[in-house]
Design a protein around this ligand. Structure first.
Ligand code: SF4
Length: 209
């Protein structure tokens, strides 16, 4: 019988990290079910559903099984929105087993976790984020939707330390979105904003999972 705490999981799978500064790094993904936002451009809508229930031990067992064939050092806890569920025990367990842990969140929720890499991606229209991430985020990813413009990017950029990289990510690598990114990047450069770059989704470019 599974022991509490139980987490609702959409999938656990090996791949390369497709986004952000860790792009290209072999990673085992744990995708948690459920999301508190319903972004129209979401590319993981299947994770909005309930998912399958796993204990921490069962998740670890699955991760270790994958690791025996694909010995990736990193585990990425993603969603949906993973912080809708208490992942503290899972994070502790994975780190005790020697994994580096990344959490990808839309930043509307916060848990004081000892993770190696908080990757945050505030979402339109309000681009709300919990203030705890100002000093904890290792990267800020902004999807280039039609809601995003230079003024918004400038406001967000100024709220975080200059050392925190900002990544403008075209929506599903679409051309109009890439053009918007180039425009905002150019405006950012001319305005003297630092540490801001374009970032394409590797997994979508090459049809990886
Ligand atoms: S926050 Fe992420 S997972 Fe949730 S709906 Fe938006 S894009 Fe999808």
């Amino acid at each position: 019988m599974p022991q509490p705490p139980i987490l609702k999981i959409a999938e656990i799978f090996p791949s390369l990290q497709g986004e952000g500064l860790r792009q290209g790094e072999p990673t085992i993904f744990i995708r948690l079910s459920g999301c508190n936002l319903k972004c129209p451009f979401c590319d993981t809508k299947y994770a909005w559903k309930d998912g399958k229930q796993y204990s921490t031990e069962e998740i670890l067992e699955n991760v270790k099984k994958i690791w025996s064939l694909f010995p990736a050092r990193w585990v990425c806890i993603t969603g949906g929105e993973p912080l809708l569920q208490d992942v503290s025990r899972l994070v502790r367990t994975l780190r005790k087993e020697g994994f580096k842990v990344q959490v990808e969140t839309n930043a509307t929720l916060y848990q004081p976790l000892l993770v190696d890499w908080y990757s945050i991606s505030p979402k339109p229209e309000k681009y709300f984020y919990r203030p705890e991430y100002r000093t904890r985020a290792k990267e800020v990813k902004l999807i280039l939707t039609r809601n995003l413009d230079f003024e918004l990017v400038r406001k967000l950029r100024k709220a975080f330390p200059e050392a925190t990289p900002f990544l403008l990510q075209p929506q599903s690598n679409r051309k109009w979105s890439l053009n918007l990114g180039m425009k905002i990047l150019n405006q950012s450069l001319r305005a003297g904003l630092k540490n801001i770059r374009l970032s394409l989704q590797l997994h979508k470019t090459f049809g990886l999972r």
